[in-house]
Design a protein around this ligand. Structure first.
Ligand code: GDP
Ligand code: IMO
Ligand code: MG
Length: 449
């Protein structure tokens, strides 16, 4: 039986994956993440309180679940320990026995964050990374000098040897670039990471037998994707991408789960779109933010500001104001083959209604004008042509207010229904879930099969 539900981001992240994955986890046995690390920021609401999770899947708040950090992740143990404490303080029960960390997952060290900073500084066109050391840690992994969670369980001397080897080249780079303070000191790093290992040792394990048994017993597994389609290292807007493969197949690989176990792939999107960091964003709207992404105080509000403030679009991880724009359907069309969506979830339909009430209209991009042609997908060569695809919009007049307590599509205001039908007709992907608020239950679930 196919029992795996995969939640993946359909655009550039922050679409509300944490909320939907948590909602799906209500009756799940296993919740798992497989890519990225603390570059992710997933908001879940637990007993009325907002929790910002960076590493642990949100479904851990349901006490019957086993929560797994998969082998494809890059883990900062300090952030993980803080997150475990935060969940315990919030009253989430039995974390120590329910959280499992793949021993094959790679570690993030302070030198990875310093390298992240250095790489960005050296680029003429920086990516705008989260500076969490993600790229450098994955680069060490690919270079076969990475250090894994398992290494925290072994002899201290062995860990020290590995850190010494891993940092040889990095230290040269720090010295050459006047970053003497960043030169890694293997002894003190070994002491620190060994102490993290002691605190995490009971949770570090081989996750394969847990997943094998769950699959054999037809248990429900919810995969909480991180990042999103357009941030995928191979399929996104290279070079303005992350350093892992958050597409569906990459996420499954990072979770050590087989594609044959997948029951559904839910592409998570928002009724408007946002992006943090640099890179092409065809439907982006002008906003009063400076070149560092900081809001200019007192500046006249523009359409991008209205969208950002209506949805409170500030990074969960970095607090950076997010770039904002209209819903982009061609990107969903491009994701049909690569991501294999069986359905979509469109969050923030409530917010789009408010935006419409403020502006007097909302827009949906249904195609692009690109290289003198009309196309319905995201082109592959924008980095070469330097041409930003020009959106072709459909406009809906006015906005809407979602009546409180509604549970069905039929109860939505007519303009809100019209918006959903434009997305469905343009993409030919069923919209099964509609987000009308931040809580797990603020989801309309439609029978689209
Ligand atoms: P993720 O990274 O994809 O998990 O998304 P984030 O947590 O970074 O950002 C999504 C934000 O939107 C969070 O603040 C959520 O609480 C909020 N949110 C999610 N769905 C909805 C929705 O349908 N309506 C509203 N108003 N807020 C939502
Ligand atoms: P969630 O899971 C939004 C973006 C960064 C930057 C690029 C590379 O919360 O949706 P990195 O630090 O990964 O090397 O940065 O990717 N990015 C995200 N943007 N949400 C995320 O995660 C992101 N994870 C990475 O802003 O542009
Ligand atoms: Mg996020």
């Amino acid at each position: 039986m196919r029992t795996v539900t995969v939640i993946v981001g359909a655009k550039w992240g922050d679409e509300g994956k944490g909320k939907v994955a948590s909602s799906e986890a209500k009756d799940a046995d296993i919740v798992i993440r497989g890519t990225g690390g603390a570059n992710a920021g997933h908001t879940v609401i637990y007993q009325g309180k907002k929790l910002a999770l960076h590493l642990i899947p949100g479904g851990i708040t349901y006490p019957q679940t086993i929560a797994i950090l998969g082998p494809g992740m890059v883990i900062d143990p300090k952030i993980l320990l803080d997150e475990i404490q935060m969940l315990k303080d919030a009253g989430v029960p039995d974390i120590d026995s329910r959280l499992k960390i793949s021993g094959r997952a790679h570690l993030i060290f302070p030198y990875h964050k310093d390298l992240d900073e250095l790489h960005e500084r050296m680029k003429s066109n920086p990516v705008g990374t989260t500076k969490r050391g993600i790229g450098p840690s994955y680069a060490d992994k690919a270079n076969r000098t990475g250090i894994r969670m398992y290494d925290l369980l072994h002899k201290k001397n062995d860990l020290r040897t590995k850190i010494k080897e891993a940092t040889k080249l990095h230290n040269q780079a720090f010295r050459k670039n006047g970053m003497k303070d960043c030169v890694a000191k293997p002894k003190s790093l070994t002491d620190l990471y060994h102490s993290y290992g002691k605190l995490l040792s009971s949770m570090i394990t081989n996750i394969d037998p847990i997943l094998r048994e769950a699959l054999e017993e037809n248990k429900k597994i919810v995969v909480e994707g991180a990042q999103a389609f357009r941030l995928d290292l191979d399929h996104g807007d290279y070079k303005m991408v992350t350093s892992s493969n958050p597409s569906t197949s990459g996420t499954l690989c990072g979770c050590a789960l087989p594609p044959t176990a997948v029951k559904e792939v839910i592409g998570i999107d928002k009724a408007y779109n946002s992006r943090v960091g640099n890179g092409v964003f065809p439907t982006e709207q002008p906003a009063s933010i400076d070149e560092n992404g900081c809001v200019i105080p007192g500046a006249e509000p523009l359409v991008g500001d209205v969208i950002r403030e209506s949805g409170y679009e500030y990074g969960t991880t970095t607090k950076r104001p997010r770039r904002c724009g209209w819903m982009d359907c061609p990107i969903l069309v491009s994701g049909k083959s690569i991501m294999g969506y069986t359905s979509l979830c469109i969050n923030h339909l409530d917010t789009l209604g408010k935006i419409g009430l403020t502006l007097g209209y909302v827009k949906v991009c249904v195609a692009y004008q690109y290289q003198n042609e009309t196309i319905d997908y995201f082109p592959d060569d924008v980095d070469l042509t330097k041409e930003v695809p020009q959106p072709i919009y459909e406009t809906i007049d006015g906005g809407w207010i979602i009546p409180p307590g509604i549970t069905s599509f039929d109860e939505l205001p007519e303009s809100a229904k019209k918006f959903i039908s434009i997305v469905e007709n343009t993409t030919q992907i069923p919209v099964k879930f509609i987000g009308i608020g931040p809580e797990n239950d603020d989801l309309i679930i439609r029978d689209v099969n």
